[in-house]
Design a protein around this ligand. Structure first.
Ligand code: SAH
Ligand code: F3S
Length: 481
């Protein structure tokens, strides 16, 4: 797609004039998980073929799309405020059309259109290829809705237009949907059943990214360790596949090795790993390839066996410790991060203490922590009363956050004095004279720019730290450069 845009820019004055007439401006805002940001790049690609240029300026927009998140109530409230603002703009610029994409579109379906009348178009996460038709409907004055979830859509054949990209790091989607049915989570309802993308199309996308100058990719899925390609189709139908399909199936460890081997200088990350699906194979593959980053995001949600069971997380506290021990034995310098929820229904002080003691055992490098937010339609909402008072949820949350900050500082201090490879991603937010990048463990490293350049792999001696950032000085190029 980028190529087509380039060619347009180089065209004659006449074709440029013609294109300008045909071209409308798309303004797209994304909320929530990395998958949403990645999906917006797919949407931009599909609409570029329909003559839409992307713009960062709301003033120039003809079409406004909001890629939305339903994971917590607060995420939905933020989006609603934005939708109200866009709706208000329509009063002065009536030609603007507003569409809602993503998880809120799927969850609320036509409610946003018919009852609340704040959007013109509602498009679920598997229906983006239908956008050109839906926009035509809207252009002709009709409302447009497509929230059909798919068995096989992975957008494997769409080359994303990289939006707001730093030109060095990119996301590559490898699975869509989730079959895990954690009782608190809305994702299985909004993103449908789990399916994996053809490994060849993944390898090809990573190759093209390398050729365009990208130096790091993050393989994305709700539950990447559950990746399974057997020629297409839903993960749940694998048992019914033919012997041939089973014999040639590609699992996540195989996929990691395929990508790492095909692009040996590209840094590879992945997210997210559900502990119940992470196998020794994956950890061993990470250890085998220098270019797979030593970092695992391993959400635990709770340290209490009783709560883990109520959440339908299919592992115990002991099994989680075993997994942590295996990671530490096989990859001693691996960073591990968490997601934790406080105040899940029925959580007692004792359960909460179990979470704190689990954190003390693991001493995570960093984490993403949330107070429980009941989501309509989930199993927890249907079966359990949201019975932990808001102030108790918040107090437990701040205890978890305080402990994490202590552990993060301990972890960053372990880097002091070491010389680590850093990929330069951009200028530091605090100083024009400093570069910002990340080490293999995903910790941000800041150091003086000197003669080093954007996109280079540099060896940096770590001299100081906060709980979130390492400070250092470059001592030369990495052999990967
Ligand atoms: N596997 C997913 C997890 C999706 S949700 C991924 O790829 O990231 C991200 C995190 O949000 C979860 O790990 C959980 O900690 C949190 N979360 C999900 N539902 C929640 C809810 N109802 N209330 C509070 N936090 C929630
Ligand atoms: Fe949600 Fe659990 Fe899947 S947190 S995305 S249902 S792994």
């Amino acid at each position: 797609m980028e190529k087509i845009i380039e060619e347009k820019n180089q065209g004659t004055a006449l074709t440029l004039e013609k294109d300008r007439k045909n071209t409308r401006n798309l303004y797209i805002e994304s909320y929530g998980c990395q998958m949403n940001f990645s999906d917006s790049e797919i949407v931009a690609s599909i609409l570029a073929q329909e003559g839409f240029n992307t713009t960062n300026s709301l003033e120039e927009a003809d079409l406004v799309l909001v890629n939305t998140c339903s994971i917590r109530e607060k995420a939905e409230l933020t989006v609603r405020k934005r939708l109200e603002k866009f709706n208000a703009i329509k009063k002065t610029r009536p030609h603007i059309r507003v569409g809602v994409l993503g998880c809120m579109a799927e969850r609320l379906k036509s409610k946003l259109l018919e009852e609340e009348r704040i959007v013109d178009m509602v498009v679920g996460p598997d229906a983006y290829k239908d956008l050109p038709n839906l926009i035509r409907e809207v252009d002709e004055g009709r409302n447009a809705v497509n929230v059909i979830l798919s068995k096989d859509e992975t957008y494997g054949d769409v080359a994303p237009v990289r939006l707001n990209s730093n030109g060095v790091t990119a996301f590559v989607s490898i699975t869509r949907g989730c079959d895990n049915m954690c009782t608190f989570c809305v994702v299985p309802f909004t993103r449908g059943r789990e399916r994996s993308r053809d490994p060849q199309s993944i390898v090809q996308e990573v190759k093209e990214l390398w050729e365009k100058g990208y130096r790091e990719v993050t393989l994305l899925g709700q539950n990447v360790d559950s990746y399974l390609w057997y020629g297409g189709g839903l993960k749940k139908d694998f048992d019914a596949a033919s012997d041939m399909q089973k014999a040639t199936a590609v699992n996540f460890a195989n996929l990691l090795a395929l990508v790492a081997e095909a692009q040996p200088r590209m840094r590879i990350r992945f997210s997210t790993s559900n502990p119940q699906d992470m196998t020794l194979d994956v950890i061993e593959t990470m250890a085998r390839f220098k270019n797979i980053c030593k970092y695992i995001h391993l959400p635990v949600q709770s340290g209490s066996d009783r709560i883990l069971k109520a959440m339908n997380r299919l592992h115990t506290r002991e099994e989680y410790f075993e997994l942590i021990n295996n990671i530490r034995t096989i990859i001693p310098d691996c960073a591990i991060s968490q997601d934790i929820i406080t105040g899940f229904p029925t959580e007692t002080e004792e359960d909460h203490q179990d979470t704190l003691s689990l954190m003390d055992y693991v001493k995570y490098d960093f984490g993403f922590m949330f107070a429980y937010s009941e989501r309509p339609g989930t199993l927890a909402a249907r079966k359990l009363e949201d019975n932990i008072p808001e102030e108790v949820k918040k107090r437990r949350l701040s205890e978890v956050i305080d402990l994490q900050l202590k552990h993060s500082l301990k972890r960053t201090k372990e880097h002091l004095g070491k010389i680590e490879e850093v990929l330069i991603e951009g200028t530091s937010k605090k100083s024009e004279l400093q570069w910002m990048g990340r080490n293999s463990q995903n910790t941000v490293v800041v150091f003086p720019k000197e003669h080093y350049a954007f996109g280079e792999f540099v060896m940096v001696r770590i001299e100081d730290c906060t709980s979130a950032t390492l400070l250092g000085k470059a001592v030369g190029y990495s052999e990967n450069n």
